[in-house]
Ligand binder design. Structure first.
Ligand code: GDP
Length: 523
């Protein structure tokens, strides 16, 4: 049976505190994947306790690891890829966003678009990932709806279509009106902690509304809705799927209100698995050959096994347990005997998986972020970038006899995409590069906990790095010879130019017009 139309692989993007965790919990709850709200966090804590390096997570109360959760509802399988909320982990987050077909953007009704939302949105835009907006916390005082909508339109340069409209906010909140289906959704019961009572109306003029809503609330709803429908583009599914328009839903994750409509929107409008950019040609999910790519590698999920899990997004074909897939460009076929599907409560052994699904492949370091996996090893998925580091540090060993262990540890972590590692042409000091400060702490803490290597970090005379290449090998050689003291190799042996500042990069680039300085490197 063709399972592709019934798959929705998506991520939630938001600024910390907008309500992503709460919404995730409620989505899983509605999807029947968990039975008690609160389990997402509780389960997270149990897992954290098992892994030493996640102490930082506990101390800071932030989530640094992404995970995958699958739930089903009314015949649709939803794969929700969790993205770390902290801005320091943007690189990991970016890669996760390469593995989804759509995203839900959660914004706080009182705060609107915040810095992190915006950054994540830009990544979605790069890949034309369609976005459904959920304006959260309508049970609290917030900004005028028009202000919120106009801000999305202006800051993100997107068309917006309000699909629902809250009647009052905070203390005045009475319910949400579904502008498309002409339904009134009421928070029913004294605690209001209900999915809501649905009242079908014939439109905003329906006299039923006069009986249910306060005169003031209804008058404002009528006026606002009229303005909104005249002022914003009508919903257009093609524009949404192209990433040009975002439908906007209002609700409260905490009160479980409007979450149902959001799942409905994902089921109805969000795209099923899309063709994925690849060479020599994009891969259609309907292709028979099993293909996928690794967007994340997580080490030591279970400290007793020192295993690592490579997360693969399946792009085409029907995957069956035991199948052999070959990482394109390197390595022999890997027989995948114990693939893992990530259901909310447990890891489950996967017998079968379909395009859009994520499977975890246990391995001992053979699989790396960016690898294409396929039966025939003839395609390569593109667009999984490495980002130019914004912070470079020298690694100083406290015990010089541990050089070998240090190298191994840094290579491992580079492979996971936690940090980048550079081996300077001159001198023995390894330089590591990260895009955020917190990664440095994670690094040092993991070196000690997992590899028993005590190390410190020293300032490096460089601030940023670029991958260099040139059409003519001689041009590149001349460049590297002259700039030897600033040259290094990355883990794969690619030449990297380390610069004291972004300004220096610009300056040098001007002097060497035939050398290409890349801020990202595709793997
Ligand atoms: P995250 O950082 O985006 O994952 O945000 P959380 O889900 O942890 O929520 C941050 C805070 O906002 C928590 O205290 C939540 O209880 C609260 N919160 C989340 N959703 C709502 C909502 O709909 N209404 C209200 N009043 N508070 C909410």
């Amino acid at each position: 049976m063709n399972q592709i139309p019934d798959r929705r692989t998506f991520a939630i993007i938001s600024h910390p505190d907008a309500g992503k965790t709460t919404l995730t919990e409620k989505l899983l709850l509605f999807g029947g994947a968990i039975h008690l709200a609160g389990e997402v966090k509780a389960r997270g804590q149990a897992r954290r306790a098992r892994s030493d390096w996640m102490k930082i997570e506990q101390q800071r109360g932030i989530s640094v690891t992404s995970s995958v959760m699958t739930f089903e509802r009314e015949g649709i399988t939803f794969n929700l890829l969790d993205t770390p909320g902290h801005e320091d982990f943007s690189e990991d987050t970016y890669r996760t966003l390469t593995a989804v077909d759509s995203a839900v953007m959660v914004i706080d009704v009182a705060k609107g678009i915040e810095s992190q939302t915006r950054k994540l949105f830009e990544v979605c835009r790069l890949r034309s990932v369609p976005i459904i907006t959920f304006v959260n916390k309508v049970d609290r005082e917030g900004r005028e709806n028009f202000e919120t909508l106009d801000e999305i339109a202006d800051l993100l340069a997107l068309d917006v279509t309000p699909m629902t409209w809250p009647v009052g906010l905070g203390g005045q909140f009475e319910g949400v009106y579904d502008l498309v289906g002409n339904r009134l959704l009421l928070p029913e019961g004294p605690s209001r902690e209900f999915q809501g009572k649905v009242i079908q109306t014939s439109g905003l003029d329906d006299p039923q509304l006069d009986e249910i809503l306060s005169a003031q609330g209804l008058a404002k709803l009528r006026e606002d809705a009229e303005l909104a429908m005249a002022g914003y583009a009508p919903f257009d599914v093609e524009a949404y799927r192209n990433g040009d328009l975002t439908p906007v839903y209002f609700g409260s994750a905490l009160k479980q209100f409007g979450v149902d409509a959001l799942i409905g929107a994902l089921a109805e409008h969000a795209p099923p698995p899309r063709p994925q950019p690849a060479e020599p040609a994009p891969v259609d999910p309907m292709n028979d050959e099993v293909t996928g790519f690794i967007f994340k590698v997580q080490a030591n999920m279970d400290p007793n096994h020192r295993d690592r899990i490579a997360f693969m997004r399946l792009c085409s074909g029907t995957f069956k347990r035991g199948m052999k897939l070959t990482p394109t460009g390197h390595g022999k076929p890997v027989a995948i005997h114990s693939p893992i599907l990530f259901f909310a409560q447990d890891r489950e052994l996967a017998e079968e998986a379909f395009p859009g699904d994520i499977i975890g492949i246990p391995n001992h370091g053979t699989l790396r972020v960016g690898d294409t996996m396929s039966e025939k090893a003839q395609v390569r998925f593109t667009g999984l970038p490495n980002f130019a580091p914004e912070i470079l540090r020298r690694v100083a060993l406290k015990d010089p006899t541990k050089t070998k262990q240090l190298r191994k540890a840094l290579d491992d972590m580079a492979e996971e995409g936690v940090t980048q590692v550079f081996y300077p042409e001159i001198g023995a000091n390894i330089v590591i590069g990260v895009v955020g400060q917190l990664q440095l702490e994670v690094l040092i803490s993991r070196l000690e906990a997992e590899y028993k290597v005590a190390a410190g970090l020293e300032m490096a005379p460089y601030e940023t790095a670029r991958w260099v290449s040139a059409a003519d090998p001689k041009t590149l050689k001349d460049f590297t010879d002259i700039n030897r003291s600033a040259m290094a190799k990355d883990r794969d042996g690619n030449p990297v130019f380390m610069a004291k500042s972004a300004w220096e990069v610009g300056y040098v680039a001007e002097r060497y017009p035939d050398v290409k300085f890349a801020a990202t490197r595709e793997r």
